[in-house]
Design a binder for this molecule. Structure first.
Ligand code: ATP
Length: 361
């Protein structure tokens, strides 16, 4: 294992940020950590780098708990890097390379190789105060790679970049993944997870609330939207009669609780009626559903009730991620999503207990 974290807790004063978090990242794996603002993603990166000390728990990188000694093998790309803008990109990389103990031809060769890798050949002699945010971010990647680290810790790499800047950074990170680097990536953006990562974890209320292989989340969405040129009222009624989960407007059909069969029936009716289909899109991606469920599932009461040594709240498997069998629109309390059911079981509520405080039971 490249990263092994067990039962990690970190507080700032009375503010408990991480509460018994455990996770593992294997060599060559690209792990994406999603979490709302303030969930503790940057804190976790700083703990991995040994910049911060945990209140409890174990952090090992490359099998060692001496994280300061491991730093040379880690490339860190922070969300916001500060640069000395009076340097050119080439000078800056030389300067930073010397700081990491590289000299002479080894340093020059490494700098030139990295300038090519991050696609800054044409701009390497320009002053950094003329660089765009995207160029600075690519320079940050080059800097992180100076010591040829095998593990990269990356904090929100495309935050604040325009679409072409984002594309440049993502393509660069994909090329690093393809070179076999182990990557631990913190992000808010689901498309980055889909594009880059092998596995995804959701950090919520100080724990890994859910974990899944990204490949297993590539499944048909359970809710889709079909955009059409125009639906006559008669046709709308015909479609809505197919299922309670279908709602129609003059130019849009929503299928909640979509199945391949139901979708085929809807499309067949539209085609037979000569309706032009302009678009068919998922209402939310399976990854989005997975993230939302994970963030909403861990309630403060559940966190407070969990004994310290308990395993992660929920680790998703492909079967767990299948669309819920009962209608999504059912009244509250009538049923649970599978994820919620598992969560309740894992917090000891399967045998009739609820998560209410003792006083309310
Ligand atoms: N040095 C500090 N002292 C006190 N509180 C801190 C400190 N650093 C972070 N925090 C708090 O800890 C919590 C977690 O912060 P952190 O920056 O790790 O979250 P994050 O998930 O990276 O957030 P974001 O996605 O917004 O960057 C936040 O509530 C933050 O205000």
């Amino acid at each position: 294992m490249v990263i092994e974290i067990e039962d990690l807790s970190k507080s700032y004063g009375h503010h408990d940020v991480l509460r018994g978090l455990s996770l593992r990242v294997a060599a060559g794996e690209v792990y994406g950590l999603l979490g709302p603002n303030g969930a503790g993603k940057s804190t976790l990166l700083h703990l991995l780098l040994g910049f911060l000390k945990p209140n409890a728990g174990r952090v090992q990188v490359f099998g060692s708990s001496n994280l300061e000694a491991m730093r040379a093998q880690i490339g860190y790309i922070p969300e916001r890097q500060r640069y000395h803008t009076r340097y050119t990109a080439r000078e800056y990389l030389h300067f930073m390379g010397e700081m990491s103990g590289l000299y002479g031809s080894e340093l020059s060769n490494r700098v030139e190789e990295l300038i090519v890798l991050v696609d800054l050949e044409a701009d390497a002699n320009r002053m950094l105060n003329t660089f765009s945010k995207g160029m600075l971010q690519r320079l940050g990647v080059a800097q992180a790679l100076l010591g040829d680290p095998s593990l990269l810790l990356i904090d929100e790499p495309t935050s604040g970049l325009d679409p072409s800047g984002q594309r440049g950074v993502l393509d660069l990170l994909a090329s690093l993944r393809d070179r076999g680097h182990t990557v631990f990536l913190c992000t808010h953006y689901l498309h980055e997870i889909e594009y880059l990562c092998d596995r995804v974890g959701v950090l919520a209320r100080g724990q890994i609330a859910a974990e899944a292989r990204v490949h297993d989340l590539r499944m048909p969405s359970s809710n889709v939207m079909i955009e059409v040129n125009l639906l006559e009222p008669e046709l709308r009624n015909q479609l809505q009669a197919l299922s309670m989960g279908i709602t129609c407007e003059p130019r849009m059909i929503q299928i909640r609780q979509n199945t391949p069969q139901l979708q085929t029936e809807v499309l067949q009716i539209l085609i037979n009626a000569g309706v032009a289909i302009l678009a068919l899109e998922p209402l939310e991606s399976p990854l989005e559903q997975f993230y939302t469920q994970a963030v909403q599932s861990v309630t403060p009461a559940q966190v407070a009730q969990r004994p310290k040594k308990e395993k992660p709240v929920f680790v998703a498997t492909p079967a767990d991620l299948a669309p819920p069998k009962r209608p999504v629109t059912r009244p509250p309390g009538e049923g649970e999503t599978l994820l919620n059911e598992l969560l309740r079981r894992s917090s000891g509520s399967a045998n009739g207990e609820t998560n209410k405080p003792e006083s309310e039971k």
